[in-house]
Design a protein around this ligand. Sequence first.
Ligand code: 5GP
Length: 139
Amino acid sequence: MSIFTKIIRGEIPCHRVYEDEHVLAFLDIAPLSPGHTLVIPKEEKATLDELSDESAAAIGRVLPRICRAVMQATGATAYNVLQNNGAAAHQAVFHVHFHVIPKTADGRGLGIGWNAGRLDPAAGRELAAKIAAGVTPGR
Ligand code: 5GP
């Protein structure tokens, strides 16, 4: 169980911005910028690939609404949605969560390192086919 389960259960307080049967959203306790919000499924899964289709659909339905509300409330016009999976990918809390991070005029928000490579056409064809073959419904 992670700290987010305790927040879902109301055992730890949060600044809640949205809740329904499957989803909870609340302000991040250590924001990168004002309005930094976490959107989480109530289903207890560590990483996105483990999430059921039902929870995934519930999050997908409300995520844009929450983004709109965060932008309206903060006045930001740009933002990032970040979703980390695994310690090596900067995940610290092992319960699925989407960060909604406004970018402020003075540059606060998410900093991104983007070490882009080049996609080889043959390798890309092979890899895309391999990934496509593995796309199956969640539980
Ligand atoms: P991660 O690195 O796992 O993607 O991000 C976890 C996020 O959860 C961090 O931004 C951190 O500030 C936030 N966080 C950790 N503990 C709490 C908490 O108890 N309450 C709230 N509101 N946010 C938390």
